[in-house]
Write a protein that binds this ligand. Structure first.
Ligand SMILES: Cc1ncc(COP(=O)(O)O)c(C=O)c1O
Length: 369
């Protein structure tokens, strides 16, 4: 009997163990030289001035909100179809998240919906590169620049995603990456904020560390900050993972090709495969298909599990979550609602074989019958 194909699994080997062992041997475990090395690996890859490692993408997104001084009376535009963290950090700051709709072909922020959401109170826009496909940054920035509104990229899934010759994480005022085990590279838990902005970079670095700046051998605390530091143990894993980044993304993209072809080979009706506009480079952090209305997506998840293939929903339509409705009332965002009901994430990661991809496609075909 074949083994269950898991939804996600990071690519870890002796390299990560060696890096972690070397950190343990130093006895220096909190944020230190390994974190700096990891930050330099990411900033070097992206070609950005500042890379600030944090405990997660959520805390990086929170720091971005604080740096932009988002607070009561402000609105921040966020696509409704995203992980709750993108919206929660706005609410934590006492601001109002204005949820925008998405384009179904990309699952990303609809530029038209974004333009409709802008008001004089709009303080910032969150552009999410969902599942690793870049949001349409040139169009989004054309709208926001007209109004002078800063943009934060939620690049949690998008390390290694590009639009033409530019990597995600370099388009907006700030960008936030995740190193959760389901992401492109992992540190167990972890995140990073990247920016070229001369003011935001040092400020975020300070906010990460209780709002303190080291002068000589003591801190001067200049504002109330947080402890959002990454430990050198986590950073050690990140350093080893960064050496594999290009191979991880290349293999994900290759497997996405194999899986797409296998699904097409079954001639399935009502399954829309992930898209990749010309010049866009998808990381396939998640391989997400959209099932036609009328197909019982949760039934498909159950039937695929019976065939030992682990799958899950795409992500959440936050305007439909109970707490959001209680706080901000009802909003009608039909594409986000449809994606919440009908999106399905299939397993895809380095370590799976072409035969595994064909097994996933076959299980999908059988589950739709
Ligand atoms: C789009 C998006 N933003 C933010 C996050 C939060 O990342 P983290 O778990 O590192 O806080 C996630 C995690 O799933 C995500 O998918």
């Amino acid at each position: 009997m074949s083994e269950t194909i898991r939804l996600a699994r990071p690519w870890l080997d002796a390299e990560e163990l060696q890096e972690i062992a070397a950190v343990l041997a130093t006895g220096y475990l909190t944020q230190g030289p390994k974190t700096v090395e990891f930050e330099q690996a990411v900033s070097g890859y992206l070609g950005v001035e500042h890379a600030v490692a944090t405990t997660s993408a959520t805390t990086a997104l929170h720091l971005a909100m604080v740096a932009l001084e988002v607070g009561p009376g402000d609105e921040v535009i966020v696509p409704s179809f995203t992980f709750p963290a993108t919206v929660n950090v706005v609410i934590q700051q006492g601001a109002v998240p204005v949820l925008a709709d998405i384009d179904l072909a990309s699952f990303n922020l609809s530029t038209r919906s974004l333009a409709e959401c802008i008001t004089p109170r709009t303080k910032a826009v969150m552009a999410v590169h969902l599942f690793g496909l870049p949001a349409s940054m040139p169009e989004i920035l054309a709208v926001t620049r007209e109004h002078g509104i800063p943009v934060v990229e939620d690049a949690a899934c998008a390390l290694g995603a590009w639009i033409n010759d530019r990597p995600c994480g370099t388009f907006a005022d700030m960008a936030c990456f995740s190193f959760h085990p389901r992401k492109i590279v992992t540190t167990g838990e972890g995140g990073m904020l990247t920016t070229d902005h001369a003011e935001f970079g040092p400020r975020v670095r300070r906010l990460r560390q209780h709002g303190g700046e080291r002068v000589d051998n003591r801190f001067t605390f200049v504002e109330p900050g947080f402890n959002y530091r990454m430990s050198d143990i986590n950073a050690a894993m990140g350093v080893a993972q960064m050496r594999k980044l290009d191979r991880i993304v290349a293999e994900r993209r290759r497997l996405a090709g194999v899986l797409g072809e296998a699904i097409r080979g079954h001639g399935l009706e009502g399954v829309r495969l992930p898209s990749e506009p010309p010049g866009y480079r998808h990381t396939f952090q998640s391989y997400v298909v959209l099932l036609a209305e009328g197909i019982d997506r949760d039934g498909v998840i159950r039937r695929m599990a019976e065939r030992k293939v682990e799958t899950t929903v795409g992500t959440y339509a936050l305007h439909l979550e109970e707490y959001f409705r209680k706080l901000f009332g009802d909003v009608d965002l039909p594409n986000a609602a449809l994606a919440w009901r009908q999106a399905l994430t299939l397993p895809l990661y380095p370590g799976l074989t072409d035969a595994d991809m064909r097994r996933v496609a076959e299980a999908l075909a059988e589950s739709l019958r």
